[in-house]
Write a protein that binds this ligand. Structure first.
Ligand code: PLP
Length: 401
């Protein structure tokens, strides 16, 4: 069929294919490969406790919410999850969404209009940018995790809004939240933090109402299930409930999923889950270092054994002392910069042949020439799996020019 739209699609797809940028789906883990590419940091996605929680939630509240939260879709399961998240983070109020993408887009597009300025880290998630663009607000960027660059924008646009993440999804580094919070307060600005990769991984209190005005948490990463929440003051949440089109005109999160996420919030507070994750991150970094693998630009704090120390290190540094190399935690996201898109794909494919799935992140998702393997660690990986991954990685890096 010839139709202008069909012709446009064919042309665009050909262009992407020729540049090696055509995105395609592939069946997950069909060959029992060891997966170092997912975000299930605590191993909750496949836990029996969580399967039981979902069943319990389904029996108790039903599998579907049946309506928008503003009609009859808002149930006790949702209220209990919201209260638990507020208790954990110190925020006054919360509202739930079916995904983090939806929560971010909803927040930005309802909160801002053409009269507002939003100051965002250069690397914030696509869902934030999508939301800001649809709000018509003015978007000012600062250099990724660069305090001086952020301070300049904050001083230029006082009483505006700053948006950043906690742990960044592609670089695994953490934003200087304490310093940004101080800067924001000094200039009468608001601070929004997308805590998608931090929630459940960072210790309680690192991102909280004390430091950030609005916090987005997602349930699809460390909580291992699905959905998201916006946490803020009662005023902000009341406004969003009344004005967010994403919230008003969409079926509420399944109450069984809300109950499941509540159980995950309880589970992620058990120290053992995080301790195993932190031990695995330390093992990976130590092995990689011993093999001479360049761990991106991430400084090794040398304090990796307890999992708490590196964060204490981060918060004890004065803002002026912190540069992007030091301001790094022992993150479950460990990028290995490999350079070109082609080399990155070749290495990922070699690793897949050896039974290891790792993320291959290409431009334009990351800057050109900084394509990378995105290796994520989970509490469920065994020491043997991590050691054999690093060995395979060393060979693949050496053998691929
Ligand atoms: C994954 C992610 C989202 C989107 O969350 P979903 O629940 O997967 O839609 C938003 N922000 C960041 C930083 C993310 O990594």
């Amino acid at each position: 069929m010839s139709h202008p739209l069909m012709d446009k699609m064919r042309l665009q797809m050909q262009g992407l294919e020729q540049q090696g940028l055509l995105r395609k789906r592939r069946l997950a883990n069909s060959n029992h490969a060891i997966d170092f590419s997912h975000n299930d940091y605590l191993g909750l996605a496949s836990s029996e406790a969580q399967a039981n929680a979902l069943y319990e939630g389904a029996l108790h509240y039903g599998v579907g919410s049946k309506a928008s939260p503003l009609v009859s879709g808002y149930s006790k399961a949702h209220v209990e999850l919201e209260q638990s998240l507020c208790q954990y983070t110190g925020h006054e109020a919360a509202m739930l969404f079916c995904s983090g993408f939806s929560a971010n887009s909803a927040l930005m597009s309802a909160l801002f209009n053409q009269d507002d300025v939003v100051i965002a880290d250069k690397y914030v998630h696509a869902s934030i940018i999508t939301g800001i663009q649809s709000s018509n607000a003015k978007l000012a960027r600062f250099i990724h995790n660069d305090l001086a660059s952020a301070a300049a924008q904050i001083a230029r646009y006082p009483r505006s809004t700053i948006v950043t993440e906690s742990i960044f999804s592609m670089d695994g580094d953490i934003a200087p939240i304490d310093a940004l919070s101080t800067l924001a307060k000094a200039q009468g600005s608001l601070l929004i933090v997308d805590d998608a990769h931090g929630f459940g991984v960072l210790p309680q209190g690192v991102i909280s109402a004390e430091k950030v005005d609005i916090q987005i948490v997602t349930f699809g990463k460390a909580l291992g299930c699905q959905g998201a929440a916006i946490l803020a003051s009662q005023t902000v949440i009341d406004f969003l409930v009344a004005n967010s089109r994403h919230y008003i005109y969409s079926t509420a999160l399944s109450p069984a999923c809300a109950h499941l996420a509540l159980n995950a919030v309880n589970l992620c507070q058990k120290p053992a889950a995080r301790a195993k994750l932190m031990a695995n991150i330390s093992l990976f970094r130590a092995q990689a270092k011993a093999q001479g693998i360049n761990l991106s630009e991430m400084a090794d704090s040398e304090t990796a054994d307890s999992g708490m120390n590196s964060l204490e290190l981060v918060s004890s540094l004065e803002p002026a002392e912190m540069n992007s190399h030091e301001r790094v935690i022992n993150s479950p996201i460990q990028p290995i910069i490999t350079g070109s898109n082609e080399r990155t794909m070749a290495i990922a494919s070699t690793l897949a042949d050896k039974g290891f799935i790792v993320g291959a992140i290409r431009s334009p998702t990351v800057p050109f020439g900084q394509a990378r393997l995105r290796i994520t660690l989970s509490a469920l990986h065994s020491s043997e799996q991590i050691i054999s991954l690093v060995n395979a990685l060393k060979c693949a890096l050496e053998d691929t020019p």
